[in-house]
Design a protein around this ligand. Structure first.
Ligand code: PBG
Ligand code: ZN
Length: 326
């Protein structure tokens, strides 16, 4: 059959039918909100390059997360900024660590919230790299030992899921074994499987105080030019026991999300990173684009590419939009 019998526009003529044939939707069920918790008292500070995103001290955290819960968001991923950094990032496995204290507090104050922890070292080390240094690079296997301590400590203090983001070889296997041995075989691992060495992380590094003090992350994060290598990283994480795999950043890597989704049967998470957020907020503020519409279109593109869930700084904006029914 062909035109004039075939007329695709028939299915676009009214909102009702457009909704009936819609293939993907944005729902709060699939949204994870990143939260920055820091040392100090009475601190609620906006990240300059990320309007609408704040860093909270512990005494302000529960109220912030309650607000998120009241908006209908069901999961958060926690990032910590500790008072004291050291060479190895020992705050990450201390019971007095910033994340451990946040976990205990939130489990008590907002028990319905699903708590995911970012598992890495860059916010906690004096040099800002994602593990233990050997000369001017990160040594892989020594870092695995510290990752094990970190995840067990997170699980003990109330984490519902751990999300290792350092791109160390063998990190998922090491973490799975450590959790299982410590009695946490029920805690899932969401691995930052295909994490690219990206300039889109700039605003996050300002927020998390996690920029490397020398060099860059290209000896562990992936080359943005590579797609097949990303699939290899994903397959390795599946073999090692990951429960969910992540692609990061999202917007410039939709091809990777789509390929990963076709290749494996695990849920796929897309990280709509800080620079993607800042670009839209900035252009929106200048009046150059319609911020809300571009936000929705961008997040939908990630769902369409195959993301089952999205970590996004837009979570509260999405929630408010859904509540208002716009
Ligand atoms: C650190 C980490 C980064 C992000 C999440 N965890 C940045 C980095 O590698 O420097 C980026 C998040 C964002 O840009 O929103 N392991
Ligand atoms: Zn890191």
């Amino acid at each position: 059959m062909e035109f004039p019998k075939l007329r695709p526009r028939r299915l676009r003529l009214k909102e009702n039918i457009r909704r009936l044939v819609r293939e993907t939707t944005l729902t709060l069920d699939d949204i994870i909100y990143p939260i920055f918790v820091r040392y100090g008292h009475n601190v609620v500070e906006e990240v300059p390059s990320m309007p609408g995103v704040f860093r909270y001290s512990l005494d302000k955290l529960a109220d912030a997360v309650k607000e998120v819960a009241d908006l209908g968001i069901k999961a958060v991923i926690l990032f910590g900024i500790p008072e004291k950094k050291d060479e190895v990032g020992s705050d990450t496995w201390s019971d007095d660590g910033i994340i451990q204290r946040a976990l205990r507090l939130l489990k008590k104050e907002v028990p319905e919230m699903y708590l995911i922890t970012d598992v890495c070292f860059c916010e906690y080390t004096t040099h800002g790299h994602c593990g233990v240094l050997c000369g001017d690079t990160v040594c892989n296997d020594e870092t695995l030992e510290n990752l094990k301590k970190q995840v067990v400590s997170h699980a003990k203090n109330g984490a519902d899921m751990v999300a290792p983001s350092g791109m160390m070889d063998g990190m998922v296997k090491a973490i799975r074994e450590a959790l299982d041995e410590a009695g946490f075989s029920h805690i899932p691992i969401m691995s930052y499987s295909a994490k690219f060495a990206s300039a889109f992380y700039g605003p996050f590094r300002e927020a998390a105080e996690s920029a490397p003090s020398f060099g860059d992350r290209r000896s562990y994060q992936m080359d943005p030019a590579n797609a097949r290598e990303a699939l290899k990283e994903v397959l390795l994480d599946v073999q090692e026991g990951a429960d969910i795999v992540m692609v990061k950043p999202a917007l410039a890597y939709l091809d990777i999300i789509s390929k990963v989704k076709e290749m494996i049967l695990l849920p796929v998470c897309a990280y709509n990173v800080s620079g993607e957020y800042s670009m839209i907020k900035a252009a929106g503020r200048l009046g150059w684009i319609d911020e809300k519409k571009v936000m929705v279109e961008t997040l939908l593109s990630m769902k369409r590419a195959g993301a089952d869930m999205i970590i996004t700084y837009f979570a509260k904006d999405v929630a408010k939009m859904i509540i208002k029914g716009e």
